[in-house]
Structure formats: structure tokens, C-alpha cells
Write a protein that binds this ligand. Structure first.
Ligand code: F6R
Length: 608
């Protein structure tokens, strides 16, 4: 995820900015840069790749003279990871530099407007519109220009602004993206993350949405959106560096679980405009969609399970048969594919060897390809005819969480999009499902909020040798991912089973106190799953049911309950995965496992 830093004071800014960026490295990035103001000029240094390259290029920051500046680590979203897309971005007149975290959702319209007014763009980023807006609105009053610019922006941002006319004065603004001001003596700082501040100061002001700050070496003034000063508390940062990297959470995995509402929002919101779904310039025509007679989804691990869950939504709404194949199998299976097949390839990293090989195999047989990928410019994204990025930001824990839910949210989006474009959905149903989709981030947050009993429940599971996850339809798909999470981080054998299949074999393993997690979030098969709960209970199982609130009928059947918010059955799998991730997490924690780096596993499997 991108990171920003800013410094103004009596020391040379370059080395301080680089050190701040270095502290943000753990968040993942693909390019970095700094801009330092000196004698009415901005020295700009940007590199693709590691911050070490920036150290080399600027002699540790010493080659950029000046006592105020801003810096950035970029995780590519709009535009490839290149020097010209790296931040800071400069205005055409060279007087302003800005850094930005977040996504400017209305950047395409603003870009058009600015081009018409004669501004030229050096990058493909959404960010660059901000610096040209500042130049356009500047008439000697930088504060006013910042207010007017922020008033034009839709989306999320933490911004840092520097101007040659006012070499000591920086501005920083926040909307839905973290921003903290660090207070020193004769020097002040800002950053998107406390890790970049703690080596210099532990006195901090946490900015709220809609606020911006004017920062000089001796003073920090925070304003509201209209420019009126806001009185802010100064907080004491008590975290050590390691805790700060994890945002105060003990593990990246927990942090990433908690980030899911925001990640799904970042993935969906920019693609829903005026109640229509738009796919980032990756749109299909109705004719292209009508030409598809088969969809093949391929991926590995959790990405494959996202495909298993998304399949239900695509078949239900788009009415095209979908098969979901493990990439490691598909690549050697002599697949039956032609030009009417749409291949959907799902990968967080975009570098999974089997996924890439399966994709190449299917492409060579004529399939059209749509990739759902988190890493911009990765191999899968480059190979695909079309790519829809998941805006999950970097995932550091080896076990995926926000990667999975953002992948699933894109599959839902695609299902509804294709149904709408081909006229296979009634207007009323479309409107209902679009509203439900827009509300998914809220449902995910509620799911997190409803999970407070999980740490206690996990204590029981820590001592068990095996757990069954059962469910039907979308619940069966969520069970696959729930069991994988449990296996990989807690090392407890976990088996997911479509509930109706139990009596065809697996029920032989159910005996007294065997833990069974029954997923019951799909109304259309609720009665059936309830019967399966009765069957396993009759054989002595301890059943934990995951179901939506107020579904009291299950209460009398199960030993324990976890509630999730109700959503439409089509999208049920995404809300019920949250308690399963948390259960795996707390069980592993109870067992003292190395949660972020489970044994034998790698984050990106780039070999077969
Ligand atoms: C499980 C997990 C893996 C990945 C799989 C595919 O928690 O993270 O199963 O989902 O290795 O990786 P990507 O999505 O990078 O292709």
C-alpha cells in the first residue's frame, strides 16, 4: 500500500524523508520518490523498485539540498510501476509537488477538464490531477488552493503538498486514508503511518476525514473542510516500531482481516457509477457477452475457492455454465475450450506458476481471458485480455484474507454486470442486488463486530485434532475456504464437506465430541442443512453453527452459534467467511503458531 511522509524543520529533509520511507517498506511498494524544496526549486528523485535505489540515486538523500520535502512509496493502482508514475508529481509550472495515498474516483473527468484547460500530464496516475488542480486554483494563497482542490476530489486521499513559493510550509489533507502529524521541536512531520514517525517523535495529531493541516517548523494548524481552525488533541504514540507496522495488531493477518470492509469498498465503489457497473475501461460489449457459452474459472488455493463461491453468482445471474478448475490440474487436462469460452483467472499475486501455465494453455486454445488480480503489472495481469484489479493493497500475512474477499467481490460485480448488459436480469432485481452489493462493506464490518465471542470459542478448538466444515451451495463454497484457513495457520486437520455428501462416506468419522462447523447462511438450502446438523448431532458431534441474525431455528439444534448479518443469498459467502477467518486466527493464536508465516508455506508460489 502506498505510504507518504513529509518533513519541515532545520535539518536536511532528504535523509529524514528516506528514513521515513524505509520504515514504510514493510507495507509493500513498487516505486518510491522524494521532492525537496530549496532556493525556489524542487529537486525531484524517483525510482522504480527498492528504496535502496533511491538512497543510491540521492546519496542517502544528501544530494537533495533543502529543509522541507515530501516522500512516497507507491503500490501501483492506476498505471504501471514506473519512474514516471511514481510520486511525487509536479505541476506544469514546477512550483508544486504532491504525494497521495488512496484513489481519486473522479480522476477521469478531472483529467479531461484539465487537459482542455491546457495542462499536460506526465503520468497515467489518478493522483496527477491533484497537482494540476492546485496549480489552477493557486493565486498566492496555498491554503485556499488546497481547500478548492479537495472540494473537487471524490474518493479517498491522504495528501502532502509542497510549494516553492513557501519553502517551509507544507500542507497535508485527509479523506478516508490515514494521516498523522508528528510534532517535534523546531521541526514537524507527517506520515500515513506512525512507523515513519516514531524514531523522531512520539507526539502526534491524528487527522480526521475532511481535515487538512498547515505545517511549518514551529507550528501545526489543523483546519476543517471550510478552512476554519480545529482544536486537536496531541496524542502520545506508545507503540514500538514492530507494533506500529502492524497498526497495533499483534499480527498482519488480524490487521488484514480488519481491513476487509475498506478493501472491498475500494474494489467495488469506483466501479459503480450512477447505478451502473463500469469496469475500468475493461468493459465488454453486450455482443461479446452474448457470445460466451461457457466460463472456466481457474486459480490455486484460496483464489480457487473464491472462484467456487463466485460461480454461484455468475450462474444465477448471467445464466452461463461455469466450471471452476484448479490451475495445477487444468494445465495438464487437455481442456475443451474455444473462442466462446471466457477464462477467468484469479490471483492475488499474479505470479502463481500453475495459474500462469493454465492461463497460457487456455489462451493457446482460443479462450478470451479476464484476470482478477491484486498486483498491478504482474504476469497474469499482463497476459490477460482484460484485467480487473482488486484494490486490496499489499497482503503481508501468508494466509490470504482480504485477497480472497476482494476477489469474491469482483466475481459478484462481474456476475451482475454481465446479467445487466445482456438483459438477463429484471430491472427491479438488478436494483436490489446492486444496492446489496454496495452495502457489502457495511455487512463485512457488521460481521467483524458480531465476532466478539470467537476468541473464547477458539480455546476449545485449539485442543482438537480435526474439524469438519459443512454446508450446501454457497455455504459449501465458504466451507472450503474456512477449512483451508484453519489448516494452514493452526495446523489442525480441517475437512470441508458439502453437507449432503456426508452420508456417502464421511459421516463414518463423526463420533462423540467431533467438532463440526455448520454453515447455514443460504436460505434456499437451510432446511436441508438443518437436517444434516441433526444427523451429525445424533452421532455425538459438537456443532457450531454460523448463521444470520435472528435465525433462531438453528439455536435449538447447535451447541454454539456465531451470527453474521443477513444479505442476499447470492452474496452470502462473503459475510460468513469473516468469522471463519477469525476462528482460524484465534485458534492458531491459542496454539502459539507462527500465524503470519505458517510452516512450509510461501506467500507467492512461483514454482510448480
Ligand atoms: C491461502 C493462500 C493460497 C493462495 C494461492 C494462490 O491462504 O493464500 O492458497 O490463495 O497460493 O495465490 P495467488 O492468489 O497469489 O495466485
Amino acid at each position: 500500500m502506498c505510504g507518504i511522509v513529509g518533513y519541515t524543520g532545520s535539518a536536511q529533509a532528504g535523509p529524514i524523508l528516506l528514513e521515513g520511507l524505509k520504515k514504510l517498506e514493510y507495507r509493500g511498494y513498487d516505486s518510491a520518490g522524494i521532492a525537496v524544496i530549496n532556493n525556489g526549486e524542487i529537486t525531484l528523485s524517483k525510482v522504480t523498485g527498492r528504496i535502496d535505489n533511491l538512497y543510491e540515486k540521492t546519496d542517502g538523500g544528501r544530494a537533495a539540498p533543502g529543509r522541507a520535502g515530501i516522500g512516497h512509496t507507491r503500490w501501483a493502482t492506476h498505471g504501471m510501476p514506473t519512474d514516471y508514475n511514481a510520486h511525487p508529481h509536479l505541476s506544469n509550472d514546477g512550483r508544486f509537488a504532491i504525494v497521495h495515498n488512496g484513489i481519486i474516483e473522479n480522476y477521469a473527468l478531472l483529467r479531461e477538464e484539465l487537459i482542455e484547460k491546457g495542462y499536460h500530464f506526465e503520468s497515467e496516475t489518478d493522483t496527477e490531477v491533484v497537482v494540476h488542480l492546485i496549480e489552477m486554483y493557486y493565486n498566492g494563497d496555498l491554503k485556499r488552493a488546497v481547500i478548492r482542490t479537495c472540494g473537487r476530489l471524490q474518493g479517498s486521499y491522504a495528501l502532502g503538498v509542497a510549494c516553492t513559493d513557501e519553502p517551509e510550509r507544507l500542507f497535508a489533507a485527509r479523506e478516508s486514508s490515514p494521516l498523522i502529524i508528528g510534532l517535534g521541536i523546531g521541526e514537524n512531520f507527517f506520515a500515513s503511518d506512525v512507523t515513519a514517525l516514531v524514531s523522531y517523535t512520539r507526539n502526534a495529531i491524528y487527522m480526521e476525514d475532511g481535515e487538512f493541516a498547515e505545517i511549518t517548523p514551529d507550528r501545526v494548524t489543523v483546519y476543517d473542510v471550510t478552512g476554519s481552525p480545529v482544536k486537536k488533541e496531541v496524542d502520545r504514540i506508545t507503540w514500538d516500531i514492530q507494533a506500529a507496522e502492524k497498526g497495533g495488531y499483534p499480527h498482519f493477518m488480524l490487521k488484514e482481516i480488519m481491513e476487509q470492509p475498506g478493501a472491498v469498498k475500494a474494489t467495488l465503489a469506483p466501479r459503480i457509477k450512477d447505478d451502473e457497473i463500469v469496469l475500468d475501461g475493461q468493459d465488454f460489449s453486450a455482443a461479446e457477452l452474448l457470445d460466451i457459452n461457457k466460463i472456466l474459472i481457474t486459480a490455486c488455493g484460496s483464489a480457487y475457492y473464491a472462484g467456487c463461491a463466485g460461480r454461484f453468482a455468475i450462474e444465477k445471474l448471467f445464466r452461463v455454465p461455469v466450471s471452476v478448475e484448479l490451475a495445477s490440474e487444468l494445465r495438464y487436462s487437455d481442456p475443451i475450450i474455444d473462442e466462446h469460452t471466457l477464462l477467468i483467472v484469479i490471483s492475488q499475486s499474479g505470479e502463481t506458476a500453475d495459474t500462469i501455465a493454465a492461463m497460457k494453455e487456455c489462451r493457446s486454445r482460443g479462450a478470451k481471458t479476464l484476470a482478477i488480480v491484486n498486483v498491478v503489472g504482474s504476469t497474469v495481469a499482463k497476459l490477460a485480455d482484460r484485467t480487473i484489479y482488486t484494490w486490496a493493497g499489499p497482503e503481508i500475512a501468508v494466509a490470504t484474507t482480504k485477497g480472497y474477499t476482494t476477489q469474491l467481490s469482483v466475481l459478484y460485480l462481474f456476475a451482475l454486470y454481465a446479467a445487466r448488459k445482456t438483459g438477463r436480469i429484471e430491472d427491479g432485481e438488478y436494483e436490489h442486488l446492486l444496492t446489496t452489493l454496495k452495502n457489502l462493506p457495511k455487512r463485512l464490518q457488521e460481521s467483524i463486530d458480531l465476532s466478539s465471542r470467537i476468541p473464547k470459542l477458539a480455546k476449545r478448538y485449539a485442543h482438537t485434532r480435526s474439524i469438519f466444515f459443512i454446508g450446501r451451495n454457497t455455504d459449501a463454497a465458504a466451507a472450503l475456504e474456512g477449512a483451508l484457513k484453519m489448516k494452514e495457520i493452526s495446523y489442525i486437520h480441517a475437512e470441508s464437506y458439502p453437507a449432503g455428501e456426508l452420508k456417502h462416506g464421511t459421516i463414518a468419522l463423526i463420533e462423540d465430541h467431533q467438532p463440526v462447523i455448520a454453515l447455514c447462511c443460504n436460505d434456499s438450502v437451510m432446511e436441508k442443512t438443518m437436517n444434516n446438523i441433526i444427523e451429525v448431532k445424533a452421532r455425538g458431534a459438537d456443532v457450531l453453527a454460523v448463521t444470520f441474525r435472528k435465525n433462531d431455528r438453528i439455536l435449538s439444534l447447535a451447541d454454539e452459534m456465531i451470527f453474521v448479518p443477513k444479505t442476499d443469498t447470492v452474496f452470502a459467502a462473503i459475510v460468513e467467511i469473516i468469522p471463519l477467518q477469525l476462528l482460524a486466527y484465534y485458534t492458531a493464536r491459542e496454539k502459539g503458531c507462527d500465524i503470519d508465516k505458517p510452516k512450509n508455506l510461501a506467500k507467492s508460489v512461483t514454482v510448480e
